[in-house]
Design a protein around this ligand. Structure first.
Ligand SMILES: Nc1ncnc2c1ncn2[C@@H]1O[C@H](COP(=O)(O)OP(=O)(O)OP(=O)(O)O)[C@@H](O)[C@H]1O
Ligand SMILES: [Mg+2]
Length: 278
């Protein structure tokens, strides 16, 4: 996995068009100011990981991009189209972005394949035959073709999350947003889900991944954003962020992460230099 993923790093040209662009985003819940002047862009084919302490606003940022939350001010563009002004239907957004949540949100009363064909038939207008063919192909892609007739309760958490990823892909989104896709899983099931996400990264899918899996973020990302208290306080390549973080806040966060991930997390792999002075 690490070998194939590392190919992606550094290959994304700044000339690639922005797939998602967030400008000066503010979001509050009542008196609680959660996102404070957040700006960034995600280029086509880029894999951006978002890391940061609990409550820093990572999920809220992803939910605003999917338009699951109304924003207070700022601008959000998907492929150049401004989507925060209410002119786009949920259907329009579903064509552009697929979101994967910590909890898989599969329909429990439907079979795995039914979970996959529902939206393509209703929203994309596919025939049942085409939707099923596509659903089976996607299940094959995530290694679960033989589970097509199972109910979600008959699957492990890792298998459920792989079905959820296949379901999101069934809408042909241009961008995939992952919000801690492995944090509800038993440790031994994390790898199988990360492998599927790494394969997607390898295939050129544009992705934003919110994760506490630091080693994964380091391996799979082109760029890493560190969020704290509602702001993107530092961003850079994985080597820059993990091996030469500039800000004391980032350094402290990573120090805490070392307890879980060991020194490997902050050591550069030697293939890519870091010009920064930490
Ligand atoms: N619907 C909501 N109503 C009120 N407050 C909310 C709502 N959603 C999030 N918040 C608050 O916004 C802040 C940021 O939450 P968010 O879920 O974006 O953080 P996070 O960085 O994703 O954290 P974690 O790593 O724990 O998932 C938190 O203080 C949270 O309690
Ligand atoms: Mg969150």
């Amino acid at each position: 996995m690490a070998e194939s993923c590392s190919k992606a790093v550094g290959n994304i040209s700044s000339m690639n068009p922005p797939a998602a662009e967030v400008r000066n985003l503010y979001k509050s819940f009542g008196d609680l100011s959660v996102l404070k002047d957040v700006s960034f862009s995600l280029r086509e084919g880029e894999v951006v990981s978002v890391i940061g302490p609990s409550g820093s606003g990572k999920s809220t940022l992803a939910r605003c991009i999917c338009r699951l939350e109304e924003i207070n001010s700022g601008e959000i563009y998907l492929y150049g189209d401004r989507i925060d002004n209410g002119r786009h239907s949920n259907r329009d957004i579903a064509h552009l972005v697929g979101m994967i949540f910590q909890q898989f949100n599969l329909f429990p009363h439907l079979s795995v394949l039914e979970n996959l064909v529902l939206s393509p038939i209703r929203i994309l207008g596919l025939s049942r035959k085409d939707a099923e063919e596509k659903g089976v192909a996607l299940l094959r892609r995530v290694g679960l073709e033989e589970k097509r007739n199972s109910r979600p309760r008959e699957l492990s958490g890792g298998q459920c999350q792989r079905v959820a990823i296949a379901r999101a892909l069934s809408m042909n989104p241009k961008i995939m947003l992952f919000d801690e896709p492995t944090s509800a899983l038993d440790p031994e099931l994390v790898g199988e889900v990360l492998d599927v996400i790494a394969d997607l990264a390898d295939s050129g899918m544009t992705m934003m991944i919110i994760t506490h899996e630091m080693m994964f973020a380091k391996e799979v990302s082109n760029r890493v954003l560190f969020m704290d208290e509602g702001k993107i306080v530092e961003e850079g390549t994985p080597v820059e962020i993990f091996s030469c973080p500039r800000l004391p806040r980032t350094q402290l966060f990573l120090q805490r992460m070392l307890v879980h991930f060991g020194r490997e997390l902050t050591e550069a792999d030697g293939k890519e230099g870091c010009d920064r002075v930490p």
